[in-house]
Design a protein around this ligand. Structure first.
Ligand SMILES: Nc1nc2c(ncn2[C@@H]2O[C@H](COP(=O)(O)OP(=O)(O)OP(=O)(O)O)[C@@H](O)[C@H]2O)c(=O)[nH]1
Ligand SMILES: [Mg+2]
Length: 367
């Protein structure tokens, strides 16, 4: 699962990337057109607790890949010009499962905002509009093709083209009215028909206000204001001081604690932001625990026991018999699978069981 970090030039994308991945990407506009990719473990204290019981050889976290994209160049018409991104960047962006939209909310006289003032709402609208225009251009191109060649082919092909045309016309009207695709209630058939387009405004988005080091006290009010003004679906609004978090990440734990106390921060926001991006992807974790490893497995919310088995290995899905299932809390309080069984907390679930976040599974299968 991959999340693209997007935002206007100088909003703090690379700083956020460094914070999340403990990376060292160039910041301050010195990165040029470098694309940065990093894999991040999703913090999960349940794994540490289970490890204390099972004493496994290794602990494996779920992970999320972050891609830090340089801001698109400003085009001749003053547009941001997403379509002018190098092909590799555009492909990365379209292939991402969700967007992390970094918005400048920090004041810094030594580093003025190119538009003369710091205005998160304006900046959000600007990038949103750019993505809307990019999707609209794709819709228009496809409608044109369907108009000229869509009348050919077999009856089945023509019917499929007609259905696609109807869906795209609806999207066109939405986009022209400034509505991102994620806001529309698309049915399963439409979602399937649109999958290949990889529309930018269809991806869920986490809007992250990059606040300054002096703004900690006003963060809740700032987030609340943007949230109220952003009533879109599949969108989360949160804040982070990327600069502080990056510096915290470079300190020894004791020094970090002193620094946090000085700034009046209770908890690092890093884990929260990673957790939110995981949630944004619609993922939950099921767990496996044994002497070899304790592990969190990402799975799309609503998946079944046989999907979970297939995530571990295709053989487990093919030969699936049942999933011995216990909730994490029960396993933690009872101490072992055997005790959970005795206490009647271990359930035998079949193929169609919907896996819940924190289910500890043991898949029984035939080879
Ligand atoms: N004061 C302050 N400066 C910040 C903060 N976050 C980022 N900056 C600075 O803002 C500048 C731009 O940050 P980057 O992380 O490079 O921004 P970017 O979005 O990756 O920029 P491009 O890739 O050039 O579009 C750098 O000089 C950062 O040090 C912050 O929270 N406070
Ligand atoms: Mg950058």
């Amino acid at each position: 699962m991959q999340i693209a970090i997007v935002g206007l030039a100088g909003s703090g994308k690379s700083t956020v990337f460094n914070t999340l991945t403990r990376g060292h990407a160039e910041t301050g506009g010195f990165g040029g057109l470098t694309l940065n990719v990093g894999v991040v473990k999703v913090p999960d204290e349940r794994l540490d607790r289970l490890a204390a019981i099972f004493k496994p050889k290794k602990i494996v976290h779920a992970d999320v890949t972050y891609v830090d994209l340089p801001a698109p160049p400003t085009s001749s018409e003053g547009r941001i010009g997403t379509d002018e991104l190098p092909a590799e960047h555009l492909a990365r962006l379209r292939d991402s499962d969700a967007l992390l939209h970094v918005v400048r909310a920090f004041e810094d006289p030594s580093n003025p905002h190119p538009d003369g003032s710091v205005d998160p709402a304006r900046d959000i609208e600007r990038l949103d509009l750019e993505f809307i225009l990019s999707d609209l251009a794709m819709v228009d191109r496809r409608l044109e093709r369907l108009g000229s060649s869509g009348r050919h082919g077999t009856q089945a092909e023509r019917d499929a083209n007609e259905r696609e045309e109807a869906i795209l016309k609806r999207l066109k009207a939405d986009l022209e009215a400034g509505r991102p695709i994620r806001d529309g209630d698309l049915d399963a058939e439409a979602v399937k028909a649109l999958r290949g387009f990889r529309f930018l405004t269809q991806k869920p988005v986490l809007i992250l206000l990059n606040v300054g080091e002096g703004d900690i006290a006003t963060v809740p009010a700032k987030v609340a204001a943007i949230r109220a003004a952003y009533p879109h679906k599949s969108a989360i609004v949160d804040a982070l001081s990327a600069r502080i978090e990056m510096e915290l990440g470079e300190l020894e734990p004791d020094d970090a604690a002193v620094f946090m106390a000085e700034l009046g921060i209770e908890r690092s926001g890093l884990g929260r932001v990673i957790g939110l991006s995981y949630q944004l992807l619609g993922l939950v974790s099921f767990l496996t625990a044994g002497p070899d490893e304790v592990r969190a497995w990402p799975i799309v919310e609503g998946s079944t026991a046989v999907d979970a088995a297939g995530t571990i290995h295709t053989d487990l899905a093919r030969g699936f018999i049942r999933a011995e299932t216990v909730a994490y809390e029960d396993l933690l309080s009872l101490g072992s699978m055997a005790e959970a069984r005795k206490a009647g907390r271990l359930r035998s679930e079949g193929k169609t069981y919907r896996v819940r976040d924190g289910d500890v599974l043991e898949i029984l299968f035939s080879k």
